[in-house]
Design a protein around this ligand. Structure first.
Ligand SMILES: [Zn+2]
Length: 284
């Protein structure tokens, strides 16, 4: 199987330094192993989208010389695939309709299983939840190390189809990672907490589990400083070389400055070591 990595931005703004890091890390990790790198636009949540954002992010990636090896996949065009997966989970009784509104959920955020055995009288179908098992799910993250989570304790049965009819983020990601034959997911540690839910969903749907590596994220307070040093954040105004050099430093990579972007990429690929990526962020 061809090694396949991906970068999956949400079109909710500009390409920021934080998302550039995810693009660079996923690109270098898979390209240093002669794999292919794919871009997927996660435009599954229209209320949160900023018009024109997807086009600007894709244009910025091009400025950096980051080119998807396949046509860009748009989640907004994948509704049928998500519905098929949801149907599969409902038919196999791994998922069920829930009639609870957000205000009815406990402060802990852990779903108490109110509709697990059927909708209580007076409740209408709203969302669809996945039944989770009371057992730990473990995986070894290539940067963060071993992770273990019992979903029954941390989140409970979780939503795979929202009350507004849209597929939930976790479901869409899992269906698309399988569709794009992604073998390795390199992304920010802000998504580490989603991973066990995604692995559980993969098992429920009979899909393969990719390898995971979660790099640290540039914190908001640092982001301001980084932005100043880049000239601005969003990074559209910064020179690609400068922004890429900072991204490489943030990822713990040693890479001598280069006069031109192609040479910098060449050096970055030659020198890339996932083992050097720090577990937590540091100030540049
Ligand atoms: Zn419910």
């Amino acid at each position: 199987m061809i090694r396949t990595g991906r970068f999956a931005p949400s079109p909710t703004g500009e390409l920021h330094f934080g998302s550039l890091i995810a693009a660079v890390a996923s690109y270098l990790q898979v390209k240093s192993g002669s794999g292919r790198w794919l871009v997927r636009v996660e435009d599954i949540d229209p209320p949160r989208e900023v018009p024109g954002s997807a086009e600007r992010i894709l244009r910025d990636l091009q400025r950096f010389g980051l080119q998807s090896d396949q046509p860009v996949l748009y989640q907004s065009e994948r509704t049928e695939a998500y519905e098929a997966a949801i149907r599969q989970l409902l038919d196999s009784r791994q998922a069920y309709w829930c009639g609870c509104s957000r205000s009815e959920l406990p402060a802990s955020g852990v779903y108490p299983g109110t509709c697990r055995t059927g909708l209580p009288p007076g409740k209408k179908s709203r969302s669809i939840r996945l039944r989770v098992r009371d057992e730990p799910i473990g995986f070894t993250d290539l940067v963060q190390g071993p992770v273990r989570e019992n979903l029954a304790e941390s989140v409970g049965d979780f939503i795979i189809r929202r009350a507004d009819g849209l597929a939930a983020y976790q479901l869409a990601v899992v269906v698309d990672d399988a569709f794009q034959e992604v073998t390795e997911v390199v992304r920010g540690a802000d998504l580490l907490g989603s991973t066990t839910r995604q692995i559980y969903l993969q098992r429920c749907l009979g899909l393969p589990t990719p390898i995971y590596a979660h790099h640290p994220v540039a914190l908001a307070s640092d982001g301001t400083k980084l932005g100043k040093r880049l000239g601005s954040d969003p990074i559209a105004a910064a020179s690609p070389q400068r922004a890429l050099e900072l991204a490489l430093r943030f990822l713990g990579q040693s890479c001598p400055p280069q006069p031109e972007l192609p040479e910098l990429w060449h050096q970055a690929l030659e020198n890339w070591q996932l083992a050097k990526v720090p577990r937590t962020a540091f100030t540049l």
